[in-house]
Design a protein around this ligand. Structure first.
Ligand code: PMP
Length: 360
């Protein structure tokens, strides 16, 4: 039988952090930067509600959710668009801005979906070198040409955990040609307590050439419900609404996200938990000469250069014990490193126990 001809993409498909190990029923997943404390009880309550009317299509404009976001962050709801994860917003931005042969600049070790969606619409992806696994403004600017349409970056960056300071981010916007859209992905912003850091949303309230991404998948703990949002100029938001799939965010997703925004205590607890265990895990691993980035988001980027074991060995031995970290070779092509998500108390203790046995 003949298969009708489809387009060929020269793309390495996204490989998520692994979540299963053959033959093991119980695993500890520290590979996808998900929330350590689950979700807010307010969100759990709303999604266990029996009267959700799931036979109806959801509100395609996510109006209540956008209203709640606008209240919480003091931003105009007409400058907000919701997506099935921030992932979908990245895809829509690529569809809206990029024609074949246009160029985007991404840091060499950045979230993989920027390059994947840009590739799908036939844009050319230019990789900007990082310096000691930190995004470099100079290297980004070196890659800009007259064809550059978008610069994507996550701050803090995944998988490296490093970040541009407030001053560096403002400086990048100043030095980039004003016709280039700077996309600042704030996926981990809520975790950031570093005094020299400011989120994209805080820094670029009225910049028409900056687009900010936010997600409910990380600190809010709604990864499976797929809810994220973008903040940008009304012109961009109006244009995105034209190409947006009509019912892109599920009703449950909208309801849970709206409720989770109302639970500031849950966010406070999550931040406190994250800082406490990030410090604990970092100093624990340093005893074995496994060093990591200064604490930033809900993960650590582990460096095995000085350790007597390799990242691969540690990864495989943990896997046998049912504990999964994120390989940085898959997709990112970074050798002898691993990414460790800060888990719940029990998960972190189990990790440290297992690690002790492997490393001693
Ligand atoms: N941006 C960054 C920097 C991320 O790390 C991730 C998830 N790993 C995303 C975006 C996508 O998140 P979402 O679940 O909202 O699609």
């Amino acid at each position: 039988m003949t298969t009708p001809k489809f387009k060929n993409f020269n793309i390495e498909p996204y490989k998520p952090g692994k979540s299963k190990i053959k033959k093991l029923k119980k695993i500890i997943k520290l590979s996808a930067n998900e929330s350590a404390l689950g979700m807010s009880s307010k969100a759990t309550k709303i999604i266990s509600n029996k009267g959700l009317n799931l036979e109806r299509y959801p509100d395609g404009k996510s109006q209540n959710l956008r209203k709640e976001i606008s209240k919480k962050f003091k931003r105009d709801p007409d400058k907000i668009i919701c997506g099935a994860g921030s992932d979908e917003v990245i895809q829509m931005i690529c569809q809206l801005f990029l024609k074949p042969k246009d160029e985007v600049v991404v840091p060499e070790y950045s979230f993989l979906m920027y390059r994947i969606y840009a590739n799908i619409v036939d844009a050319k992806v230019k990789f900007a070198k990082e310096i000691n696994y930190k995004i470099s403004n100079i290297e980004i600017l070196k890659k800009v040409t007259k064809n550059t349409k978008i610069v994507f970056l996550a701050n803090p960056n995944n998988p490296t955990g490093t970040y541009l300071t407030k001053k560096e981010l403002l400086d990048l916007r100043k030095k980039l040609n004003k016709n280039i859209l700077l996309v600042v992905d704030d996926a981990y912003a809520e975790y950031m307590k570093n005094s020299d850091y400011k989120s994209g949303l805080d820094l670029f309230k009225n910049k028409d050439n900056v687009f900010v991404l936010r997600t409910f998948s990380k600190i809010f703990g709604l990864a499976s419900l797929r809810v994220g949002w973008g903040y940008g100029s009304k012109k961009i938001i109006n244009a995105l609404n034209v190409i947006k799939p009509p019912f892109n965010v599920s009703h449950i997703g909208q309801m849970a996200a709206t409720e989770s925004l109302k639970d500031q205590n849950f966010i406070k607890r999550s931040i406190k938990h994250n800082l406490y265990y990030a410090k604990k895990l970092k100093s624990f691993l340093e005893r074995y000469e496994i060093f990591s980035n200064p604490i930033s988001a809900n993960f650590l980027f582990l460096d095995f250069e000085k350790c007597k074991y390799t990242a691969k060995y540690f990864y495989e031995r943990l896997k046998i014990k049912g504990i999964i970290l994120r390989s940085t070779e898959d997709g990112y092509h970074i050798k002898n490193k691993l990414r460790l998500t800060i888990g719940s108390k029990n998960e972190n203790l189990a990790f440290m126990n297992a690690a002790k046995k492997i490393l001693n």
